[in-house]
Design a protein around this ligand. Structure first.
Ligand code: HEC
Ligand code: HEC
Length: 364
C-alpha cells in the first residue's frame, strides 16, 4: 500500500489480506486460458489480484478503486474487451432478435434497466431486479442468491434463460460464424481458437471486468478532500461505522451474504423470494441474499431484490431498521443518501458506446 489509500483511512487502520491473491483469476484459470483481469488496479498500481482489504481493528471498510486506461492494455486484452462489448450489445443473439444484455444492463445509464424486474424476449417479466454490471468484476458472488461465482459462468445463463434471451447454442454459433465482423474479432481476441459459446462467455466477462467506474468518494479516499461536501462526509462517516460491516470492499458490497431482516424481520408479505434458501433448502438461509454493491446506486432505482423500494432514502431507512434495528432521523437519512449518490461514477466513454449505433442493441 502506498500513501494514497492508507492516508485516507483512519489512523488505526491495518492492512488485512482478506482476499486471496488468486480469487479474481480463478474463473479464467478454470477455462484453461490466461486470465484477463484488466481494467482495474489500486492506487499503488497493483492489479486487482493484489487488492488488500483494509479495515479498522475488528471492522470492515470500503475501499478505493481506480481505473486502468484502455490504452495501457495489451492488444489481446483490448480485442477481448471489444468483442465482449459487441456481444453484450447484440440483440441478434436472442431468440427473437430483440433483447441484448444491454437491454437490461445499460452501461451508459447506471448499468441496469430502471425497471422493477427484468423484461426479456416477448415481454416476459422475471422475478428479480436487474443489478448493475458496472464494477461487477469486484463482486465475489453473482446474482441475488449467489448461484454464479464467476462472470464467465454467469454470462451464459441469461443468454439461454427462457425468460431472458432464450438463445440456442448452435443458432448463436452459426450466426457468429456467418457474420462479416465476428470471425475476425474472435481471431484477434482468441488466436487459434474456433469461436464457441465458451469464448463468447470469456469475451463478455472481459468486457464486464473493464466496466470500472470510480467516483468522487474514491477521489476523497485517495486524498482529495474537496471531492466530497460536508453532508456527504457526514453520511460517509455514518456509513463506515454502521453499514460497511456488510457493504464493504472495493464494490462497497458484494463480498458475502446476509439475511434481509437481520435485526427486525422483513414484512411477511414481502418474503415471496427466499434468496439463498431456494437453492440450499437450509432453514438458516431463509431471506438470505448476496449483499449488493452500492456503487452507482444513485442511478439504479428501484431497489432490493424484488425492486419493491422506490427511493434511495427509503432503502436507507429500511436498511437501518431491518439490518441494524435503528430508526434514523431524516437528516441522517439525507446525509447517507447523499454519500451513496457520491458513489456514482462513469466507465470509459468508449466502453459505454453501443457498437450497433442507433440500429438496436438497446431495446428499452
Ligand atoms: C431480461 C433482462 C436481462 C437480460 C437480457 C440480461 N440480464 Fe443480467 N440480470 C438480470 C436480472 C433480473 C439479474 C438478477 C437475477 C437474479 O439474481 O436471479 C441479472 C444478473 C446479472 C449479473 C449478476 C450481477 C450481480 O450483481 O450479481 C450479471 C453479471 C449479468 N446479469 C450480466 C448479463 C449478461 C452478460 C447478459 C447477456 C448475456 C445479461 N445479463 C442479460 C436481467 C437481465
Ligand atoms: C447485515 C448486513 C447489512 C447491513 C448492516 C446493511 N445492509 Fe444494506 N443490504 C444488505 C442486503 C442483504 C441487501 C439486499 C436486500 C434485498 O435485496 O432485498 C441490502 C441492500 C441495500 C440497498 C439496496 C441496494 C440495491 O441495489 O437494491 C441499499 C441502498 C443499502 N443496502 C444500504 C445500506 C445502508 C445505508 C446501510 C446502513 C444504514 C446498510 N445497507 C446496512 C445487507 C446489509
Amino acid at each position: 500500500m502506498d500513501g494514497g489509500v492508507a492516508r485516507a483511512l483512519p489512523r488505526r487502520a491495518l492492512t488485512w489480506p482478506l482476499l486471496s491473491p488468486f480469487w479474481p483469476a480463478r474463473s479464467a484459470t478454470e477455462h484453461g486460458l490466461a486470465p484477463t483481469f484488466v481494467g482495474m488496479k489500486t492506487r499503488n498500481g497493483a492489479s486487482l489480484a493484489m487488492l488488500l482489504a483494509v479495515a479498522l481493528v475488528g471492522c470492515r471498510d470500503i475501499e478505493a478503486i481506480e481505473r486502468v486506461s484502455l490504452d495501457d492494455l495489451d492488444t489481446t486484452e483490448r480485442a477481448r474487451i471489444d468483442l465482449g462489448q459487441r456481444l453484450f450489445f447484440d440483440p441478434a443473439l436472442s431468440a427473437d432478435g430483440t433483447v441484448s444484455c444491454a437491454s437490461c444492463h445499460l452501461p451508459s445509464d447506471g448499468g441496469d434497466d430502471g425497471r422493477r424486474v427484468g423484461v426479456g424476449v416477448a415481454g416476459q417479466e422475471g422475478r428479480r431486479n436487474a443489478p448493475t454490471v458496472l464494477n461487477v468484476g469486484f463482486k465475489q458472488h453473482l446474482f441475488w442468491d449467489g448461484r454464479a461465482e464467476t462472470l464467465e459462468e454467469q454470462a451464459l445463463m441469461p443468454l439461454f434463460a427462457d425468460d431472458e434471451m432464450a438463445a440456442d447454442r448452435s443458432t448463436v454459433e452459426v450466426y457468429l460464424a456467418g457474420d462479416p465482423l465476428y470471425p475476425g474479432m474472435f481471431a484477434e481476441a482468441f488466436p487459434g481458437m474456433p469461436p464457441t459459446i465458451d469464448l463468447v462467455a470469456m469475451a463478455i466477462a472481459s468486457y464486464e471486468r473493464a466496466l470500472v467506474a470510480p467516483s468522487r468518494v474514491d477521489a476523497f479516499l485517495l486524498g482529495e478532500e474537496a471531492a466530497l461536501s460536508e453532508t456527504e462526509v457526514r453520511g460517509m462517516d455514518y456509513f463506515r461505522s454502521n453499514c460497511a460491516f456488510c457493504h464493504d470492499g472495493p464494490g462497497v458490497g458484494g463480498q458475502r451474504f446476509a439475511r434481509l431482516g437481520e435485526e427486525v424481520p422483513f414484512p411477511r408479505d414481502r418474503q415471496d423470494d427466499q434468496g439463498l434458501f431456494e437453492r440450499t433448502g437450509d432453514e438458516g438461509d431463509k431471506m438470505t441474499f448476496v449483499i449488493p454493491q452500492l456503487r452507482n446506486v444513485g442511478r439504479t432505482a428501484p431497489y432490493f431484490h424484488d425492486g419493491s423500494v422506490e427511493t434511495l432514502e427509503e432503502a436507507v431507512e429500511l436498511m437501518a431498521r431491518h439490518q441494524l434495528g435503528e430508526e434514523l432521523d431524516d437528516k441522517t437519512i439525507a446525509d447517507v443518501a447523499a454519500f451513496l449518490r457520491a458513489l456514482d461514477g462513469d466507465v470509459e466513454p468508449a466502453l459505454a458506446r453501443d457498437p450497433f449505433g442507433d440500429r438496436g442493441g438497446t431495446v428499452r
